[in-house]
Design a protein around this ligand. Sequence first.
Ligand code: COA
Length: 242
Amino acid sequence: MSTLRVEQLDDRVVVTLRRPEARNAINAAMIGELHDVCASLEQQPRLLLITGDGGTFAAGADIGELRERGRDQALQGINSRLFDRIAKLPLPTVAAVDGYALGGGAELTYACDVRLASPSAVFGNPEPGLGILAAAGACWRLRELVGGSVAKQVLLAGRRLDADEALRFGLVTEVVPAGDLLKRAHALLDRMARSGPLALRLTKLVADGAGHPLTDDLAQAILFESEDKRVRMDAFLAGGRS
Ligand code: COA
């Protein structure tokens, strides 16, 4: 991989965005490599942690490439299809954000299930300043995450959210010193990994809004039949706590 560092662990994959010459801006090569990571996680579901190298998460889509794209490339949804694929990965995804997460970089974090930040994290969508739309999820995911009023301030008024504001608006779950960011992210993933994997997978599917309440009932029907449920509930009733 030329734009990512990828660590494959038993229960999780850790991806570090790495284009130091361009503040980890997301170019076509990075898109392709992130699709490869998705393919591997779809085949063998595991948790995903995404972070950025060198004190930046990602400074957006690569502006040099964006400048050359026309209508046909926009209609291909180059970034939005990748971020949708990430959002739909079977098991939870976490973004650990140190420094700038702007434009497509911010949208990549919005597509993850949970975000943690260092004090230097900055989220923003400056796309209209470049004469384009934030078309890879910000226009609807950010509203879901922080509400319409704050989302419009970010999208229409160029407001950047620093780490404390991101915490206050619920965009990130916690703010931790940069040196502890990955450790805290792994602790969160450890907590997730202790859940029943099928239960976690189905919870994500249902929580992401597929047809309530039918899907909830279907998911619960599968889980009620599982050996994992019996073992976990027997352990609870016998006095074990996780
Ligand atoms: N696409 C392509 N290259 C980018 C980039 C992007 N989104 N963001 C930064 N870079 C490049 C810069 O052109 C520069 O390259 P150079 O060293 O060859 O001149 C290098 O990364 C370092 O960027 P620089 O602006 O000097 O770093 P900085 O620390 O002063 O500022 C940012 C960091 C993130 C505030 C600033 O780079 C920035 O505003 N980037 C664009 C953000 C944006 O509009 N994103 C939305 C894109 S849709």
